[in-house]
Design a protein. Structure first.
Lengths: 86, 518
């Protein structure tokens, strides 16, 4: 789980927050509702996650309620992986 | 029968096509014309019985869905104007809007009840999907199941149909008042130009607080066609939007170029059959030709139109037909084209003289779709108009160039209003938000052109010793302004450059932003 979170954090830091200290982006920092990720950046993150983690996210997986922090996103990825093995 | 108001469009189609689908949402829930007519009649009766009078305002703060459409028509049928609220924007901003325009009823979903204005004790609240045991407001589902005979209220053309709020340079959004006659004149032009039929299936991509949605909804309803609502969640998912188009065999698409660019880049267009599309309209910003070309490689069947117009003139006042085969060597964006038939245009130079061919000047619009004014802002309203040759001309603030072959080309603006993803943004509104942050000493915001994103909003700030992080500043902004106004980049400086008269030197800042705001 921690690895998953770090992978997401690194992707966001590099693609959106160049030069920012990594600890400013916490596991519970809002991403979409704070404007840190705009619509295009969110789509880019979804695409990265699908490729990197080998999961397919549907419309509900990426609703603001389930996709607004590194915590939420990591939980969604874990849930999708469990579901795909079941 | 000539329609006198927007509700007549629904009534006529409900008589003619009661069993056809009027609206389908992203979860496949549907309303037939008969159901939409019945539910909106019931809502109108309820509103009228509970103090909503002709000319009143009704706030609608809902995620996009069937109840939103019922609420819009229900409000119109009660003779009132609806005020659509962006529920993703900060609650405080929405509440200010509702207070400013003095609503007498609010239709809201349970999650957004905090929007209820504090000062309006008598506001009737209707709640969509209230949880068990909720005591505030009247449940929407009970209201729309009520008596559904049509109210004997028929709004006139001059009655307001809706008020849409746009960014204001003073920091407070301003309400653009659009009448039934304004909207009908635009819809009639669309009907002539796009020739819809009852078999058309329209997408509705734009949120209802963005007036591009007026085209999708009312044009579709006028013609007995079906409008497919793209929810906020679906709008974030280009691949799923493309599948949605294919599954429902949509025939008409309309959105900002930003949304289409996202579809081109991430929509997996090659995987879906979207050959049902016959018409694609876009507007609100410039569409870079290379993305448009990429789109046309997959959406081959459609005719393409670029629409231009501020909210004040009801969605669009000029249009350009775009070739379905944008040439490989085309780099310049397409022009905004020629005046729509219901609009007159005038281009004046700085001294108020009409400009000659290929000259540049400010674009003025007159005609039946031009708004009545800003809600409660007489000074800003009169400043927006020019009386000339017996007509009232709205000053768009947009500088254009006229060419007889291509029509108008958008050149830019002299003030500090910019457009991003189709939304109007007053840069001053962002600056005011930043100044509220305790760690910010000075803030100035500039927009710089960007080949991919259209433009980038860069905030230049000076702070004390303990500078806030970008994450902190972005998150803070998002509590004050909608997320589409949150700056893309922050540039930190010891102090901002000033001109000799001690004003912020925006030209110097623009150069700094170009160099460091990438």
């Amino acid at each position: 789980m921690q690895d998953t979170k770090e992978t997401i954090r690194q992707f966001i830091l590099v693609s959106q927050l160049a030069g920012e200290p990594p600890d400013s982006l916490r596991d519970n920092t809002p991403l979409q509702t704070s404007g840190i990720l705009d619509s295009l950046a969110t789509v880019g993150l979804v695409s990265f996650i699908e490729k990197h983690f080998g999961v397919e996210l549907d419309v509900h997986d990426t609703s603001v309620e389930r996709f607004d922090s590194i915590d939420d996103i990591a939980a969604t990825i874990v849930r999708k992986r469990v579901a795909s093995r079941a | 029968m000539a329609s006198r108001n927007l509700a007549d469009l629904l009534e006529a189609s409900a008589l003619r096509y009661p069993q056809r689908l009027a609206v389908v949402d992203s979860e496949n829930l549907t309303l037939t014309y008969a159901e939409l007519e019945k539910q909106s009649n019931a809502l109108a009766r309820f509103l009228s019985r509970h103090g909503v009078r002709r000319g009143d305002r009704v706030g609608i703060a809902l995620p996009k869905g069937l109840p939103t459409v019922v609420s819009m028509f229900g409000t119109l049928k009660a003779g009132a104007a609806y005020v659509p609220i962006d529920i993703s924007a900060p609650t405080e901003r929405g509440r200010q809007i509702l207070e400013e325009c003095g609503i007498s009823a609010l239709i809201v979903d349970a999650a957004s009840l905090a929007l209820r204005p504090v000062s309006c004790g008598s506001v009737q609240v209707v709640v969509v999907g209230p949880p068990e045991g909720q005591t505030e407001g009247v449940p929407f589902h009970e209201v729309v199941a009520g008596e559904s005979e049509r109210e004997q209220i028929a709004p006139d053309g001059d009655d307001l149909a809706y008020i849409i709020y746009t960014s204001g340079s003073t920091g407070m959004p301003k309400g653009v008042m659009i009448s039934h006659a304004n909207a009908l004149s635009f819809i009639d032009w669309c009907a002539e130009t796009f020739a819809p039929t009852p078999d058309d299936r329209f997408s509705n991509h734009a949120p209802f607080h963005f007036d591009y949605s007026v085209l999708d909804l009312y044009l579709s309803i006028k013609h007995g066609a079906t409008v497919y609502l793209i929810s906020e969640d679906l709008a974030r998912r280009p691949r799923d939007m493309v599948r949605f188009i294919a599954r429902h065999r949509l025939t008409v698409w309309g959105s900002t170029p930003s949304a289409l660019t996202m579809i081109v880049q991430f929509g997996e267009l090659e995987a879906s059959d979207t050959s049902s599309l016959r018409l694609v309209t876009f507007g609100g910003e410039v569409f870079p030709p290379r993305h448009l070309r990429a789109l046309q490689r997959h959406w081959k069947s459609a005719e393409y139109f670029n629409l231009y117009g501020p909210t004040e003139i009801t969605t669009a006042c000029t249009f350009a037909r775009i070739p379905s085969n944008v040439p490989e060597n085309r780099e310049a964006p397409y022009p905004i084209g020629f005046a729509c038939a219901h609009c007159q245009t005038l281009v004046l130079d700085e001294s108020g003289r009409e400009v000659a061919e290929r000259g540049e000047g400010l674009l003025y619009i007159s005609g039946p779709s031009v708004f009545a004014g800003y809600w409660n802002r007489p000074a800003e309203t009169s400043a927006a108009f020019l009386d000339r040759s017996g007509a009232r001309w709205y000053n768009t603030g947009d500088i254009v160039r006229w060419d007889p072959a291509e029509g108008f080309t958008y050149v830019g603006r002299k003030d500090r209003m910019v457009k991003r993803r189709g939304y109007r943004i007053e840069l001053g509104e962002i600056e005011r938000a930043l100044h509220l942050h305790a760690g910010v000493r000075e803030a100035a915001v500039v927009a710089i052109p960007d080949a991919d994103a259209g433009l980038r909003i860069v905030a230049c700030v000076s702070c004390g010793n303990d500078r806030p992080s970008v994450v902190e500043l972005k998150s803070f902004c998002a509590t004050k302004v909608p997320t589409y106004m949150v700056p893309d980049r922050f540039v930190f400086q010891d102090k901002l450059p000033r001109t000799s008269s001690d004003k912020v030197d925006y030209q110097a800042l623009g150069r700094v932003a170009e160099a460091r705001g990438r």
